[in-house]
Design a protein around this ligand. Structure first.
Ligand code: TXA
Ligand code: MG
Length: 330
């Protein structure tokens, strides 16, 4: 059975935290909130514990996992080299929604890196995540707490809808603020490569850390591309269509008798009754914060088709557009 414990996001120290830390120490699986999405955590230094993550998620073994730390001093034991750009980015954005890929040390089990020579590190800002890592006393390996290739969870209820009975514990710390996964940056390339766009944009890397980056997946010849590049990653089970002509598309699908959800902007026409309409914010960060929750809601309602009004282009929307294109890929 999977148990759920409430963890106060403002004052997270307490019984729930020590219990969760104990589960991690003895090799179990704990889902916990971060500022991006919920993670499915295990002791990163234990190959058996990390293998259990792959098992619970149905995750392909070739996908490496992010190691979460609570203190910058952990970087030294987990990496064999820490590039100058990694240090600059960490100083500007840690703790926060940025993951840095660097050469791994011998202390990182192969199963974490999927056999590769690099490790992805992140220091989360969420007080529950930070307190859990601290209390466990070990770095915590954690992918998003969803079944492989499904939508990432931004609430404890989302986690349970996919993983109930497959993991030991969920720490419920409420909804995640950013709502989409961290920006993943490979710091072993020059310039560094954004493997997965996220809450911290290329502009912010430049403005706040003085770091120029390029977009793209891992360099050719690398053992692992980001599994974020997998075709059906982040996908809802309903057919998902992102289009400028959303109103016509919704009417078309509804006319064929299909249950439809429409993620629309407030300025667009009201849909006719029978369509599950979910209004999306006009601001890119606010949109990202609710996107997965809306997709989970549409899934739970059992719709066959999810029509999503095309958001504006522009660099603020890069991470959202990335997730939408993955969600709608056939
Ligand atoms: O916000 C997040 O990053 C969340 C929270 C829980 O921290 N975690 C997350 O993990 O999204 P996951 O496993 O769903 O996605 C991890 C991403 C994948 O795209 C993976 O390819 C990349 O990080 N990654 C992990 N280790 C890597 C490595 N050594 N080299 C290149 N990419 C790596
Ligand atoms: Mg994931």
């Amino acid at each position: 059975m999977t148990r759920t414990l409430e963890a106060d996001p403002v004052a997270p120290l307490g019984a729930a935290l020590s219990e969760a830390a104990e589960v991690v120490r003895r090799g179990g699986l704990v889902a916990f909130p971060t500022e991006t999405v919920y993670g499915l955590g295990a002791n990163a230094l234990s190959p058996e514990a990390v293998r259990a993550i792959f098992e619970a998620k149905g995750r392909p073994a070739a996908n490496p996992i992010i190691v979460h730390i609570a203190d910058r001093s952990d970087v030294a034991r987990l990496t064999s080299r820490w590039p100058g750009v990694a240090e600059r980015i960490a100083r500007a954005f840690w703790p926060g929604p940025v993951t840095l890929v660097a050469p791994r040390s011998g202390q990182v089990p192969d199963v974490v890196t999927a056999g590769g020579e690099t490790v992805a590190l992140r220091m989360p800002a969420h007080p529950v995540a930070a307190a859990l890592i601290q209390a466990a006393g070990v770095p915590i390996a954690a992918p998003s707490a969803n079944r492989s290739a499904r939508i990432s969870p931004t609430t404890a209820a989302h986690v349970l809808s996919q993983l109930a009975g497959r993991i030991d514990l969920v720490l419920d710390g409420g909804a995640c603020a950013a709502g989409i996964e961290s920006t993943v940056i490979d710091t072993t390339t020059d310039p560094p490569t954004i493997l997965r766009p996220g809450p911290v944009s290329a502009e912010e890397l430049w403005n706040e850390a003085g770091v120029r980056s390029v977009a793209g997946s891992a360099a050719p010849g690398r053992p692992h591309r980001s599994p974020g590049a997998m075709a059906r990653h982040y996908a809802p089970s309903a057919r998902t269509i992102v289009t400028e002509a959303s109103e016509a598309c919704v009417y078309d699908e509804a006319a064929k008798g299909r249950p439809v959800a429409w993620l629309r902007f407030a300025r667009e026409a009201e849909p006719k009754p029978g369509v599950l309409q979910l209004t999306m914010p006009d601001d890119a960060n606010a949109y990202a914060a609710v996107l997965y929750a809306r997709l989970h809601q549409a899934e739970a309602a059992g719709v066959e088709v999810i029509v999503i009004s095309q958001p504006p282009s522009g660099s603020h929307w890069t991470a959202v557009l990335d997730r939408l294109s993955r969600a709608s890929r056939a």
